[in-house]
Design a protein around this ligand. Structure first.
Ligand code: 6PG
Length: 468
């Protein structure tokens, strides 16, 4: 047997599972971890699944892989990636390829790619989505970097990725940081999706007083229709899980303080920078911040007055209304994510293909959902679609859902149930469909207090007036 052509460093859970995925496909792989024992324990435990070559340090890893080398880094985003690059660089030759499969910030990827390109080393920054299970059985892979670099590892990446209708959930995204950017936006949509599902849960629990079994049943049923998605599926699973410590429901034992590693915030940061109103995604980031203020909320809950959160009315009708509100808001979140991708593409010149991105996201990743087929169709039909909401299928679907969407938002506001993502998604929809917004008044105010000037609706040019 010759040397493996592929290597991987970073044997935490994602790295381990990805390495096993590669080996299980019959592709020999050299593996390395900073802690040597981890590498040996890993090979001992999973060696029967394929051909692994254990390497004790980065020099050994480089030596174990056939040149031109392809070596994947599955280490924590940030300084650890730079550390691995510095560590392995002396052992690499021109034409070798490094692949960063972590959730790196796209500007870091651009910087690293540029620095390595100067030495003739190729670089791919790729999003890998799907958690532990996806890494092992087929993740969604979003590779960005030099096209020739991608072509070299495409046979491996497309084989280990998830497949939907015979198509791999792995497509070349674009130059430089494009792959990590697309993964970042995937995560932004993931944040919005999770927040929306949590708001639906809160409405069913706090406003309607449903039991966990009833809530789980609603999610299970929703997962059979056009809301069919991984996140709804696992939500239903959560509501079937008992707590082994107390014998109650496990979800009730979980502290209501959401963590985050930064990709959602980066999405909002980038949207603010590019001028893309990703309101549902940003509300989802803020909702996590508010959740983290547990002590403040606990004090405030005893002081700030407001309604009880209880709804009156037929529960079945209201559950159906919440479903529609969730669907419509979810479409808005995806519409905002794709709008951000369009703006980023205009800025960075990646030549992103929305239909291919929608195709790729259909399987393996956290935001996989049945309606990504519809998104893909929409972009195949109109590649330069102005906004997802303008695709006839979604115009119609959201149009039909909106009566219930409005009902849910008004009921929640009156009952005092916080629904930041539902409400902001609806406000975006209503703002987007308004030919004239009250921004004329903002312009008038700016001109009055700061002579910032304004344009007129009836003639060209820039004006400044003496107001009042
Ligand atoms: C994925 C996920 C994953 C992400 C987690 C946690 O696509 O598999 O997006 O990459 O790390 O979802 O993210 P937060 O800690 O920010 O919630």
């Amino acid at each position: 047997m010759g040397k493996p052509t592929f290597g991987l460093t970073g044997l935490a859970v994602m790295g381990q599972n990805l390495a096993r995925n590669v080996a299980r496909k019959g592709i020999p792989i050299a593996v390395h971890n900073r802690t040597v024992e981890t590498t040996h324990r890993f090979v001992e435990e999973f060696g029967h699944e394929g051909v692994f070559v254990a390497c004790d340090d980065l020099a050994a890893l480089a030596a174990a892989v056939q040149a031109p080398r392809s070596i994947m880094m599955m280490v924590k985003a940030g300084a650890a990636v730079d550390g691995v690059i510095e560590g392995i660089r002396p052992y690499l030759s021109k034409g070798d390829l490094l692949i960063d499969g972590g959730n790196s910030f796209f500007e870091d990827t651009e910087r690293r790619a540029k620095a390595l390109a100067a030495e003739g080393i190729l670089y791919i920054g790729t999003g890998v989505s799907g958690g532990e299970e996806g890494a092992l059985n087929g993740p969604a892979i979003m590779p960005g970097g030099q096209r020739e670099a991608y072509e070299r590892v495409a046979p491996i990446l497309t084989r280990i990725s998830a497949q939907v209708d015979g198509e791999p959930c792995c497509t070349y995204i674009g130059e430089g940081g494009a792959g990590h950017y697309v993964k970042m936006v995937h995560n932004g949509i993931e944040y919005a999706d999770m927040q929306l599902i949590s708001e639906a849960y809160d409405l069913m629990k706090s406003a309607l007083g449903l039991s966990n079994e009833e809530i789980g049943a609603a999610f299970t049923q929703w997962n059979e229709g056009d809301l069919d998605s991984y996140l709804i599926e696992i939500t239903a699973q959560i509501f079937r899980t008992r707590d082994t410590l107390t014998d109650g429901w496990l979800v009730d034992a979980v502290l209501d303080r959401a963590g985050q590693k930064g990709t959602g915030k980066w999405t909002s940061d980038s949207a603010l920078e590019l001028g893309s109103p990703v309101t549902a995604i940003t509300e989802a980031v803020f909702a996590r911040y508010l959740s983290a203020m547990k002590d403040d909320r606990t004090r405030a809950s005893a002081i700030l007055p407001g309604p009880s959160g209880k709804w009156q009315g037929d529960k079945r009708t209201l559950v159906a209304a919440i479903r529609d509100a969730l669907y419509a808001s979810k479409v808005v979140a995806y519409a905002q994510g794709f709008d951000l991708l369009k703006m980023a593409d205009a800025r960075y010149g990646w030549n992103l293909k929305p239909a291919e991105i929608a195709t790729l996201w259909r399987g393996g990743c956290i935001i996989r959902a049945r309606f990504l087929n519809r998104i893909r169709d929409a972009y195949l039909e109109t590649p330069d679609l102005q906004n997802l909401l303008m695709a006839p299928y979604f115009t119609d679907a959201v149009g039909r859902a909106q009566e219930n969407w409005r009902l849910v938002v008004t009921q929640a506001v009156q009952a005092g149930t916080p629904i930041p993502a539902f409400a902001s998604a609806l406000a975006y929809y209503d703002g987007y469909r308004r030919q004239r917004l009250p921004a004329n008044l903002i312009q008038a105010q700016r001109d009055l207090f700061g002579a910032h000037t304004y344009e007129r609706v009836d003639r060209a040019g820039t004006y400044h007036s003496q107001w009042g």
